[in-house]
Design a protein around this ligand. Structure first.
Ligand SMILES: Nc1nc2c(ncn2[C@@H]2O[C@H](COP(=O)(O)OP(=O)(O)O)[C@@H](O)[C@H]2O)c(=O)[nH]1
Ligand SMILES: [Mg+2]
Length: 359
């Protein structure tokens, strides 16, 4: 699962990348113009809590990978004023995080104006998809002129025409209402405006107190385009990340925040990918495991180990909230909160599972 950072030059992508992944900028690498990649853990307070209750020796979190693509070459023909999108690596990304500059920058050509930048980038994503869709559409039309279309081709033509109309209307594909089998017809094209997108509004230190209301305002403005918005100050967050635990709590209390924006972005990106977590817990380890929305108990077994899916008999399920409220398994069992579920059971975020299996 990976998320590509995109945005205008100087919007703070690389700063956000290091913040999210906890990596240090490497001055030597900056000249190499390589894409930076790093895997980072998704914070999950439930793992911490269960680990404490079970006295686990090890805590394991789910992970997400971030990509930061370098800027355009000096003097390169500027096909686009924002960075990243022409990299094949971004076409492969599962989701995008759009970093938008909300701070004034000395020497910048334009003042900070987040809605303008979001719209510009959205338009470029739409334009880039439109080129791909039109090309395929024309080719397919030519084909069906000389021979009768197959059922698959008829379906694809229909989907392409709807996608084209959506894009020409200035709307991203992520909010086009398609059935799963219709989405499949578009999958191979790796369309950019179809990818889930989170907007990271990178604010100046002194506007941080307004971060929530600014983010909310943008959120309302762009909700119809299927975007989620989180406001932060990359500069302040980097400072928070560098503090000792006790200092950090004081600093955050001063700012009036309980959760670092870093955690919020990591958790929101994970949800954006359509991912949720089920949990396992014991004295050996407490662990969060990734699962897609809608996946079943046998899928969950397969995430742990393919043998567990093969020999699957039943899953013992109790929800995290019940588990904590009742103080653990004995209390949950006494109240009948531990259920036995079959293969088809749809796993919920926060389910604690024990897989019963043969072999
Ligand atoms: N004041 C302020 N400056 C920032 C913030 N985030 C990034 N910058 C500065 O903006 C410039 C561009 O940041 P960078 O991460 O390289 O942007 P990129 O070109 O999108 O990768 C650098 O000089 C950063 O120090 C922020 O939250 N506040
Ligand atoms: Mg950069």
């Amino acid at each position: 699962m990976n998320i590509g950072l995109i945005g205008a030059p100087q919007s703070g992508k690389t700063t956000v990348f290091h913040l999210l992944t906890g990596t240090e900028p490497d001055p030597a690498a900056m000249h190499k113009r390589e894409t930076l990649r790093a895997v980072t853990q998704v914070p999950d307070p439930r793992v911490d809590k269960l680990g404490e209750m079970s006295e686990s020796r090890k805590l394991i979190y789910t992970t997400v990978e971030y990509l930061d693509t370098p800027g355009l070459e000096e003097g390169a023909s500027k096909q686009s004023w924002f960075e990243g999108v022409f990299s094949g690596e971004l076409k492969n990304a599962d989701a995008l995080a759009l970093v938008v500059r909300g701070f004034e920058l000395a020497g910048a050509l334009e003042s900070a104006e987040p809605p303008r930048d979001i719209r510009r980038i959205q338009d470029e994503l739409i334009f880039s998809d439109l080129i791909v869709i039109e090309k395929r559409h024309e080719k397919l039309l030519k084909q069906v002129r000389v021979k009768l279309p197959t059922a698959q081709e008829t379906l694809e033509l229909n989907v392409l025409e709807r996608a084209k109309a959506q894009l020409e209307d200035g709307k991203p594909l992520r909010v086009l209402d398609l059935e799963i089998h219709e989405k499949k017809a578009l999958r191979g094209f790796q369309l950019l405006s179809e990818k889930p997108m989170l907007v990271v509004l990178n604010l100046a230190e002194n506007t941080l107190s307004n971060a929530l209301s600014l983010a909310e305002k943008l959120s309302t403005e762009f909700i119809a385009d299927g975007m989620a918005v989180i406001g932060l100050s990359a500069a302040i967050e980097a400072e928070i990340a560098g503090l000792e635990d006790a200092e950090r709590e004081m600093f955050m209390a001063d700012l009036g925040v309980t959760q670092s924006a870093r955690d919020r972005v990591l958790q929101a990106s994970y949800a954006l990918l359509g991912m949720q977590s089920f949990l396992t817990t014991g004295d050996k380890e407490t662990r969060a495991w990734p699962i897609h929305l809608g996946e079943t108990a046998v899928d969950a077994a397969g995430v742990i180990h393919s043998d567990l899916a093969k020999g699957f008999i039943r899953a013992e399920v109790v929800h995290y909230d019940d588990f904590v409220r009742e103080g653990g398994y004995p209390g949950c069992k006494a109240k009948g909160l531990v259920r036995l579920e079959g293969k088809e059971y749809v796993v919920k975020d926060g389910d604690i599972l024990v897989i019963r299996h043969s072999g």
